[in-house]
Design a binder for this molecule. Structure first.
Ligand code: R5P
Length: 299
């Protein structure tokens, strides 16, 4: 038993009102503490931004180039990312449980690249997501796709389940092969995700009107990377997306298929968290490579 505390000299700072401190992330002010806390682990509370590393491609296309051996090629990148976007299969089998890096888990799937991709179903129970101590779950939403309604229902079911346990949902706007990738489409797709409850939305960058996509979406948007580009182009795309309102990126191939994935990830961090100009970030990328090639440098 602790001793009784009879002192009269307590200090209640009566003249200082207690402050409310909701996480400042766009749209997050009314979420419960656990959800805000998880979002604050994904989005750096200092910059308000995130550099997520997407390595979930295997869930529909198998061993993607650069992801053949995640234990060898990807584990060295994990300390440099704000959140790892992966499947629970890779998390359990390859990612060390001692990692300090938060995760966002892919929670839908079904069809492979050999079939109609929009025919996805929920592929994970949120009880397992909580067991894996994840900070969020991702769901593919095919607005305009053949199974549009089904994928939107996947998302709304995850949102409902997520609120029960405080897990935020990342709506991923997937674009069908024959569909236009323009601001008009992404305004529609991202807004639908947010209106129906996604707490964050991942979408592609478009050079014309991307700022209208981010402005019209009431929750943070993270930019998906897309196919591999030369490093300067990928850094420029990430820079512009953030300058035009994105709360960060969730990039895959442009990082893990780079000549130097660790250097590229660090260069993307400069662009996203420090607003470093792309040309300077490319110089930073090259400097990291030349330093790592010096005799005695750590591999
Ligand atoms: C989304 O559908 C994929 O599973 C990836 O998470 C996404 O495409 C991001 O990776 P990348 O930057 O390679 O396009």
């Amino acid at each position: 038993m602790p001793e009784q505390d009879f002192t009269e000299k307590k200090n209640f700072y009566e003249d200082i009102p207690q402050r409310n401190s909701a996480f400042f992330l766009k749209g997050a002010g009314a979420y419960d503490w656990g959800m805000q806390n998880r979002l604050a682990r994904i989005f750096n509370p200092e910059s308000g931004k995130t550099v997520m590393l997407a390595i979930d491609h295997g869930y529909f296309q198998g061993p993607t180039t650069g992801l053949e051996r995640i234990d060898i090629n990807i584990l060295p990148l994990v300390p440099y990312t704000d959140a790892l976007f992966c499947t629970r299969g890779i998390l359990r089998s390859v990612i060390p449980a001692a990692t300090r890096t938060p995760t966002v888990l892919r929670a839908t799937g079904g069809p492979s690249i050999l079939k109609e991709l929009s025919n996805e179903q929920l592929a994970m129970d949120l009880e397992d997501a909580v067991r894996l101590n994840t900070c969020g779950v991702g769901v593919q939403v095919f607005v305009g796709g053949e199974f549009e309604t089904q994928t939107i229902h996947n998302m709304t079911r995850l949102v409902d389940a997520g609120y029960k346990v405080g897990l935020p949902v990342l709506g991923v706007t997937a674009v069908g092969k024959d569909m236009a990738r323009d601001a008009k489409y992404f305004r529609l797709a991202t807004r639908i995700c947010a209106e129906l409850g996604a707490q964050m939305v991942k979408t592609y960058y478009v050079p014309q009107g991307f700022e209208t996509v981010t402005a019209g979406c009431p929750v943070p948007i993270v930019m998906a990377g897309g196919k591999k580009l030369p490093e300067l182009e990928a850094l420029t795309m990430a820079y512009r997306a953030v300058q035009e309102g994105a709360a960060g990126v969730d990039m895959g191939r442009n990082i893990f298929q780079s000549e130097s994935p660790v250097a590229m990830l660090q260069a993307v961090r400069k662009v996203v968290h420090e607003a470093m100009k792309p040309e300077l970030a490319l110089e930073f990328f090259k400097t990291l490579i030349s330093e790592s090639n010096k005799p005695g440098a750590q591999a």
